[in-house]
Design a protein around this ligand. Structure first.
Ligand code: SAH
Ligand code: SF4
Ligand code: F3S
Length: 488
């Protein structure tokens, strides 16, 4: 049975005129059912379907949350749109660095004139930023037109809040400090038909001293492996061939479950799901990446040849202050082991420059690790103090000009190395999943290789979602131009 049919069957079994059901899953379905009638009536009155736009900031986990928000909006009767000139706009926010906050406030500011134009328009804001009290107060004060505010822990109550906002026309704000619940099987609208993220766990218990995620996403909770496998099977049935298992530290997956299971075991099981051709995962923490996991990647060709291994800093002194639980040499040894065991693997990373107390010598250490590991690519971030984290209170916050010097040096090394690594693939034929039309170059499509490398090749929309042998011809630093190799 398709997931849509299953959903309709479950919804039909709910008494919409009766009282609110007590279990979370049925309760959300109950409100979706009620919204359906309300939104259909309002659409009829407007003479057109009401539209809804979801704006997403942040990581893959937020992207997956947004797919759940869109799923609920569509099932409630809204027509999805990319344009913020919509009847309902929801911002799903990130607060990992200050520039993420600023971008959200900028977008909120711009939307006020749209709301003046369309008095029926409703605006909502949710996600990580809203778990910070100061931000909620700022929204209430500076953007009083916002109709609905909720956080990360109660996102599964979205249908209920949406109903309240439309039914009563009142403003709703509800933020929870925590949750221990995982509500399964609410509707989801996938952005891509052929690939999907899957949450395997929520929250984070690592408390890296610079990071706000544990405060805004709460304690670590793993989903039951049977639920994860069932979701994979359903996705495969719906035509998905590539999945990405998502968690802040996937290596700690399984702790606290009734029958504990390791991430390596879960990955192995996921590879067995028929119809799934590629499995990715994000993010493994270097402190507890097991040899078992390396072995599972090595022995299962379905697992993508890509490990994202966040370094953050190459200096032992800074790593300690960051609470990362590994040293420079341990990290290098781990990366070498991964490269040794898994030929063709790409290793990418995240690096923070400008952590409190960081000196030019610390940056030298980071540069040294980049050179020795030869990352295939890296995201480089300027340290951003986050309220409530230990690092924000540390003395020796680094002056901006010193940070800039270190950042430029790190970025240059990253780019040089990435170029060298990419060039090694020139002339090879590798399997690419055709993901989308190339927006820059007409007549071209964009493929992603197992190692996460992007290759642009001539082709059209009919190829999207297919796997093709692609020849890597012209290296452009981080990506390639090539062509689809005709079968011999
Ligand atoms: N759980 C993942 C990543 C979470 S956030 C992990 O442990 O790798 C993604 C990246 O944002 C981090 O890897 C880190 O490099 C960066 N980041 C997190 N907090 C930051 C801060 N306060 N300032 C700058 N970068 C930060
Ligand atoms: Fe943040 Fe560290 Fe948790 Fe990653 S592992 S989310 S960097 S606290
Ligand atoms: Fe941002 Fe929240 Fe992800 S803070 S990085 S959206 S977990």
């Amino acid at each position: 049975m398709s997931s849509d049919t299953q959903f309709e069957k479950e919804l039909a079994a709910i008494d919409l005129l009766g009282p609110e059901p007590s279990d979370e899953h049925s309760r959300e379905l109950y409100y979706i059912g009620k919204l359906r009638k309300l939104i259909a009536d309002r659409s009829q009155a407007a003479g057109r379907p009401l539209t809804a736009c979801t704006v997403t900031f942040g990581c893959q986990m937020n992207a997956r949350d947004s797919e759940k928000l869109i799923g609920i909006l569509i099932k409630s009767g809204f027509a999805p749109t990319e344009s913020e000139d919509a009847d309902f706009v929801i911002f799903n926010t990130c607060t990992v660095r200050d520039n993420a906050d600023q971008r959200t406030f900028g977008r909120l500011g711009r939307i006020s004139h749209l709301k003046k134009k369309n008095p029926h328009m409703k605006v909502a804001i949710c996600g990580c930023m809203m778990q910070e009290k100061g931000n909620v107060e700022k929204v209430r004060k500076s953007y009083p037109f916002v109709d609905l505010i909720f956080g990360t822990h109660n996102i599964y109550r979205f249908a209920q809040y949406l109903w309240e906002v439309y039914d009563t026309d009142r403003k709703v704000t509800e933020i929870w400090d925590k949750t221990d619940k995982i509500v399964e099987n609410l509707p989801v609208e996938r952005k891509y038909p052929y690939k999907s993220g899957i949450n395997i766990m929520f929250g984070c218990d690592n408390f890296c001293s610079y990071c706000i995620v544990p405060y805004v996403r709460g304690r670590e909770r793993s989903r039951d492996p049977r639920e994860i496998l069932r979701e994979c099977e359903n996705l495969a049935r719906d035509g998905v061939t590539e999945i990405m298992l998502l968690g802040q530290n996937v290596n700690s997956y399984g702790k606290g479950l009734e029958n504990p299971i390791s991430f390596a075991q879960l990955l192995e099981e996921v590879c067995k799901v028929e119809g799934i051709r590629r499995v990715r995962f994000m993010t493994p923490h270097p402190k507890d990446l097991s040899y078992d996991l390396i072995r599972v990647i090595r022995d299962n060709p379905k697992v993508a040849r890509h490990v994202h291994l966040p370094l953050q800093s190459g200096s032992d002194r800074i790593l300690k202050k960051m609470n990362r639980h590994y040293t420079k040499e341990q990290f290098i040894a781990l990366a070498q082991k991964i490269r040794e065991e898994i030929p063709d693997v790409a290793i990418t990373t995240d690096i923070i420059v400008g952590f409190p107390g960081e000196t030019a010598q610390d940056v030298d250490d980071t540069v040294d690790v980049i050179k020795r590991v030869q990352f295939d690519n890296a995201y480089t971030f300027i340290y951003s103090p986050r309220r409530g984290t230990p690092a924000a209170k540390m003395p020796d916050q680094v002056p901006a000009d010193v940070v800039k010097e270190g950042f430029d040096r790190v970025l240059l090394t990253v780019q040089e190395n990435a170029r060298t690594r990419s060039a090694l693939l020139e002339g090879r034929v590798m399997e690419g999943l055709v993901e989308e039309l190339n927006s820059q170059k007409e007549g071209y499509v964009t493929c992603r290789l197992s190692n996460n490398m992007i290759v642009h090749v001539p082709g059209d929309a009919s190829l999207i979602g297919t796997y093709q042998p692609v020849r890597l011809e012209e290296c452009r630093g981080f990506y390639y131009f090539g062509h689809i190799e005709k079968e011999a």
